[in-house]
Write a protein that binds this ligand. Structure first.
Ligand code: ADP
Ligand code: MG
Length: 483
């Protein structure tokens, strides 16, 4: 089950809170590690674990917010020097002084930190400094959760910690903890009505050893043999994740990416992996499906896609896969069908312009196996400002693809007592023999060996050798022989 809510402009989703809590009894569960936040917040970690206390076993919710003191605005730095290096106290003080309603609301739940903040502003008679508590409390009344907030003086590290007796812990406690954490984060950010606007945080166990993570959650690390392309996509992801840096320098991040290359070289995979790297939602539009046999149908379809896209509130990667089928020279003749295709291409160009103006949360990727078919004017219009060639892998690339796929399969399927691959595979030889094959072909070669082994296993009742060099080389030869 997924619980979602909005906080400070961000959409937050908590996936399977009950499972997270159950898993935390056995091993600490780390959450939000890949989430990104505006500066000065550099990173956030939330860990749910289990501990034994004199009062009995508890669930511990512990969070760390790493900040860069150097990124605090100039005035804040001076204030921090004057008031002590206390990110929570300093920023709260500033916001209370400004009459900020959120800060005032926090004050009601916070108690001590507010008292300290008031003191710093001279709004209250300073008491005995030695008695001034170092720990603040953030509380969520609804769930009955209290988190102690501490900070390392001198460093930019803020910590939150809450404990709930194991017998009483409920999913609402996790939700409350995430809220309090975001509340603390929001307090550290420059003042704004929605300091986390447009962001999306998914609180989920990231290390689940399920097949889903290996197939759906494709990452750039899984891509073999395309080091330059991967490096370029990582750069694009950084620019997307840091709109504030782009704005500061008046720079524009890439908005449209065209990937082209032979079938099976990983273009669709790279698009998914890029969405993952950005932390964006992924929406795939299979362009053959846009084409409608009815007059005007394709135009309506494409307009609808863009109308939806203008409304996405969370970062979204929109993929037009096998894009050439709509924006194609193939229809450059004078017949009715070609004219229809040209009309669609025209609408596409117009919509693409509008979308990028209207919704900076969207990045568009288009892929094609036939770059020469894609209408030049679409590229020249400047909307696809990055063009990436995705070639077939060379020998080293193929060996790397074998290595990564084999490692992934072993990680997904091997368990105590079951070895999937022999230990002495010669990847160099596999790379050499598979001349002309793409990543998709290599996957197919492996798939055939897996199937053969599984069938043998089914017939013999489990007496099967692990996949060895001979199995792989003969699968490669078979596949190449069929060409
Ligand atoms: N360079 C690569 N590294 C790792 N796997 C690859 C690579 N290229 C292709 N694959 C595998 O082949 C599958 C099909 O590739 P795909 O992305 O659909 O290719 P394309 O979109 O270029 O036709 C991918 O899901 C992936 O498993
Ligand atoms: Mg594809």
């Amino acid at each position: 089950m997924t619980v979602s809510f909005e906080y400070a402009g961000a959409t937050v989703e908590i996936v399977e809170a009950g499972t997270i809590l159950a898993a935390a009894r056995v091993n600490p569960v780390e959450l939000l590690r890949r989430a990104t936040f505006p500066p000065p917040v550099r990173r956030v970690e939330l860990t749910v674990s289990s501990a034994d206390t004199p009062a009995g076993p508890v669930h511990v919710f512990a969070a760390e917010i790493g900040t860069t003191a150097a990124d605090l605005p100039h005035k804040e730095r001076i204030r921090a020097v004057v008031l002590g290096n206390d990110p929570v106290g300093t920023l709260l003080a500033r916001r209370i002084a400004a009459g900020d309603p959120i800060a005032t609301r926090i004050v009601d739940g916070v108690g001590t930190v507010a008292v300290a903040a008031y003191r710093k502003l001279g709004l209250d008679r300073p008491g005995d400094p030695a008695a001034e508590p170092q720990t603040a409390v953030l509380a969520d009344a609804a769930a009955g959760l209290q988190a102690a907030v501490t900070h390392e003086s001198g460093g930019g590290l803020v910590r939150l910690r809450a404990e709930v007796p194991r017998d009483e812990v409920r999913p609402e406690h996790l939700t409350a903890m995430v809220r309090l954490l975001l509340q603390a984060v929001a307090e550290l950010l420059p003042p704004s009505a929605e300091p986390l606007a447009g962001r999306r945080y998914v609180v989920t166990r990231e290390n689940l050893p399920t097949v889903a993570t290996t197939t759906r959650e494709v990452t750039l690390d899984q891509v073999g043999g395309l080091a330059d392309v991967v490096a370029q996509l990582r750069q694009i992801a950084v620019s997307f994740r840091h709109p504030e840096a782009m704005a500061r320098w008046g720079a524009r991040r890439p908005q449209g990416i065209l990937m082209y290359g032979p079938p099976g070289t990983g273009k669709t995979m790279l698009s998914r992996a890029l969405a993952n790297e950005i932390g964006a939602d992924f929406r795939e539009i299979r362009t053959p499906e846009i084409l409608d046999k009815w007059l005007g149908g394709s135009e309506r379809n494409i307009k609808q896609i863009f109308r939806d896209a203008r409304r996405y509130r969370v970062p979204t990667l929109l993929l037009f896969d096998e894009f050439d089928s709509i924006i194609s020279y193939a229809g450059a003749g004078g017949d009715a069908a070609s004219q229809a295709i040209n009309a669609v291409a025209g609408i596409f160009k117009q919509e693409m312009n509008d979308l990028i103006e209207a919704n900076p949360a969207v990045i568009v990727v288009a892929t094609t196996n036939f770059p020469h078919r894609v209408d030049d004017s679409l590229i020249r219009s400047g909307r696809f400002d990055v063009k990436i060639s995705v070639p077939k892998p060379d020998e080293t690339g193929r060996a790397e693809i074998f290595r990564k796929m084999i490692a992934q399969l072993a990680a997904a399927h091997e368990e105590p007592g079951f070895t999937m691959f022999a230990g002495d595979l010669d990847l160099g030889e596999l790379g050499r023999l598979s001349h002309g094959m793409t990543g998709a072909d290599i996957k197919e070669a492996l798939r055939r060996v897996q199937l053969a082994k599984a069938m043998q296993d089914a017939r013999t009742g489990g007496v099967v050798d692990p996949i060895g060099q001979r199995d792989l080389t003969s699968s490669i030869r078979d596949l190449l022989g069929q060409r």
